[in-house]
Ligand binder design. Structure first.
Ligand SMILES: Cc1cc2nc3c(=O)[nH]c(=O)nc-3n(C[C@H](O)[C@H](O)[C@H](O)COP(=O)(O)O)c2cc1C
Length: 321
């Protein structure tokens, strides 16, 4: 009698541990709009539609990006368990379905990126005046490319001024909308021990009119910072080859691979999505980098002392029965 080999899949323990890594992804306002489901033959990454930010993310693009970033962590964690994932995009609130590929040892690069999951964080403090070398920026662009994205560094003064102007204009335009500011206040939490939102330690100081790229105002204190010390900031624009629902998830996976690569290079990162939240300014950003598809995010890389981490909700809250 011949016995059929049972297809190997992830155990519930491996799944739960991997979700524990996935949730350390970045998410817009730290809203953590993800859920995960073990389907028996694989794993689904789902959008938690109740957590899509109505004012700044009406169509859920940034929520999908956030889920894509979590999915990239999940893929790394599953690969570390010796059973890497293949994936396909889903439908409705199921954004991705993952199923096991052939068992293998994790690649050295996967191990390195995996180790950065719990070290990476968004840094809203001042960056040092230390240039990011071109070898590092090439590695970052390559990281985006490996996940189907593009990451264009804006190195010349004139386009850099344009990008800075677009971030500033977008931030001002967004702040003029009472629904946007109310939503931002709701996610700018007063205490650092909350499990979601951005607390005082992670928020950094209030944005200063003299800074190069206007940071989103999470309610930090007003400080006497008159100018940004970095003379040659490393600013880049991230995108993918499309602007549909799946493209946003793909952009999130590309984003997370870029962020973990940056952490692996000893770099810190700041994120600026404001110009992608105002359609006319997003179009101008697209023309500035001369790409066919709308950009997904502006990033800044550099060197800075580690600031504070944000927290995450308990794993039980994000696992679907
Ligand atoms: C799609 C997306 C857009 C974001 N936009 C901004 C932004 O405009 N300004 C900002 O300070 N942080 C931004 N962030 C970073 C989140 O606020 C941050 O990931 C979250 O608070 C969790 O903190 P952590 O990244 O330190 O883990 C963005 C993150 C994502 C995924």
């Amino acid at each position: 009698m011949t016995t059929m080999a049972t297809p190997q899949t992830w155990s519930p323990e491996v799944f739960t541990d991997a979700v524990g890594d996935a949730v350390w992804a970045p998410s817009i306002h730290n809203c953590q709009p993800w859920r995960f489901r073990h389907t028996g033959d694989g794993v689904d990454v789902l959008l938690d539609e109740h957590r899509v930010l109505a004012a700044c993310d009406r169509y859920g693009r940034m929520a999908r990006m956030s889920c894509g970033a979590a999915a990239y962590n999940l893929r790394l964690a599953l690969a570390m368990a010796g059973l890497p994932a293949q994936y396909r995009f889903g439908a409705g609130r199921t954004l991705l379905h993952l199923w096991p590929d052939r068992p293998r040892r994790p690649a050295p690069l996967e191990s390195r990126l995996y180790q950065q999951i719990h070290h990476r964080h968004t840094n809203r403090g001042p960056f040092a005046d230390t240039a990011v070398d071109t070898a590092a920026s090439h590695r970052l662009s390559e990281a985006a490319r490996r996940e189907g994205g593009w990451l264009d560094f804006v190195t010349d003064d004139a386009p850099l001024d344009v990008v800075a102007g677009l971030v500033r204009a977008a931030d001002a335009q967004l702040r003029a909308d009472p629904a946007y500011t109310a939503e931002l206040r709701a996610w700018s939490i007063a205490a650092d021990d909350r499990v979601e939102g951005v607390g005082p330690a992670a928020a950094g100081a209030a944005p200063h009119p003299g800074e190069l790229l206007t940071r989103r105002d999470f309610g930090g204190p007003v400080l006497e910072m008159t100018r940004d010390p970095a003379r040659r900031p490393a600013v880049a624009v991230l995108g993918v080859l499309g602007d549909g629902f799946d493209d946003a998830v793909r952009a999130g996976m590309a984003l997370q691979r870029v962020l973990l690569t940056a952490a692996d290079l000893g770099l810190t990162t700041a994120l600026y999505s404001q110009p992608t939240e105002v359609p006319a300014l997003r179009e101008r950003l697209r023309r500035t980098v001369d790409r066919l598809h709308d950009p997904q995010l502006v990033l800044r890389f550099g060197y800075a002392p580690r600031t504070c981490y944000t927290n995450r909700r308990p794993i039980a809250d994000v696992i679907e029965p």
